[in-house]
Write a protein that binds this ligand. Structure first.
Ligand SMILES: Cc1cc2nc3c(=O)[nH]c(=O)nc-3n(C[C@H](O)[C@H](O)[C@H](O)COP(=O)(O)OP(=O)(O)OC[C@H]3O[C@@H](n4cnc5c(N)ncnc54)[C@H](O)[C@@H]3O)c2cc1C
Length: 307
């Protein structure tokens, strides 16, 4: 087999936990990956050694301060050896995966949820079917979070490659709405609100429960499109983020196919909806037919007592 490479997922300047899962994904693929860490400061690569992985390369450059599609693809393509490349299935890394695959003229398989040797399985048609493809040659693969057990972290020697001189484009400044909240793409528990929440102010009920559970707050597209105060970064679904938490609580969300596409692989789905015929109940492990106004205060109180 040719070389396998993991491009570490970086969140807020640190190596994200999903990187350890990518190592396990590569092991299931039959490889022992080289880990490449895009960074401004190479010291973050010290935490990127894992059992079953090979060397760690810190790819250092100012362009890695904020994501810029062309800048990252150019810089990482230049330092990544030939072989199969694994990234996390986050919106940013899926974009990067496609760009690197195009530059190398090799296939890309996105959103992989199972790996059996060179067989890669991923959802298609908004999650209505699964496809398995055989990767008989080099391929770029994005892997969903919370599928593979995390590889054990171990100390590793880090080689540093300075890409500072290879900057074609770079983002000078990123203006983002600041949020203390966990991103849905990284969360193990998510509570999401839809148009049924009636107003953005009512999302405070979801936030309080999220605080008790250590969860992230998500939203349907109808919610982010209707209310400016609900940022698009919270959107779960086909044109939002794909999530795969252990627990997904959908509140006032009908369960349109485009929403399901982003969350139906969650381990447990709980739906709270006043309409017993809402499609979300067909996919929920637990359903509560009631308004959120009746349900959330009781849920919050009970969870607070339990925790
Ligand atoms: C190309 C395309 C891409 C799309 N991508 C996405 C995507 O990424 N993510 C996404 O979410 N959608 C996406 N959509 C939109 C999708 O089709 C739906 O319109 C959207 O998901 C509906 O959001 P909703 O369930 O919040 O709203 P609604 O469909 O309006 O449902 C609101 C629900 O709240 C319930 N409700 C109302 N009041 C209460 C109450 N007081 N208590 C409890 N329940 C209550 C209602 O019974 C209803 O089921 C996309 C659509 C298209 C065409």
């Amino acid at each position: 087999m040719s070389e396998t490479i993991v491009i570490a997922e970086i969140n807020n300047g640190v190596v994200a936990d999903v990187t350890a899962e990518l190592v396990s994904a590569v092991i299931a693929f039959g490889g022992s990956p080289t880990i490449i860490v895009p960074c401004v400061n190479s010291s973050i690569a010290d935490g990127a050694g894992f059992t079953g992985a090979g060397r760690v390369i810190a790819c250092k450059g100012p362009m890695f301060a904020s994501y810029d599609a062309a800048g990252w693809a150019n810089a990482l393509d230049a330092v990544t050896p030939a072989g199969s490349i694994f990234v996390a299935a986050s919106p940013r890394s899926k974009d990067l995966a496609a760009r690197i695959a195009a530059r190398r003229n090799i296939p890309v398989v996105q959103d992989v949820v199972a790996i059996d040797g060179s067989n890669l399985t991923s959802p298609v048609y908004s999650g209505k079917a699964m496809q398995t493809v055989n990767a008989s040659a080099d391929v770029v693969v994005s892997v969903r979070a919370n599928i593979f057990a995390a590889a054990v972290s171990v100390p590793a020697d880090v080689s540093v490659i300075d890409q500072s001189g290879d900057v074609l484009t770079a983002v000078e400044e990123l203006l983002a709405r600041s949020s203390e909240r966990l991103d849905v793409a990284e969360a193990n528990i998510i509570i999401s609100g839809g148009r049924g929440m009636s107003s953005p102010e009512n999302f405070s009920h979801l936030e309080r429960i999220a605080d008790v559970l250590g969860a992230a707050v998500g939203a349907s597209r109808a919610a982010v499109d209707t209310w400016d105060d609900i940022p698009h970064g919270m959107q779960v679904g086909q044109t939002g983020k794909t999530v795969n938490p252990n627990l997904y609580i959908a509140v006032g969300i009908s369960g349109a196919i485009q929403h399901l596409a982003g969350m139906r692989s969650s381990k447990y789905i709980v739906a709270i909806n006043k309409d017993a015929d809402a499609p979300i109940f067909q996919y929920a492990d637990y359903g509560i037919v009631a308004t959120w106004e009746e349900t959330l205060p009781i849920l919050e109180k009970s969870l607070a007592a339990m925790m």
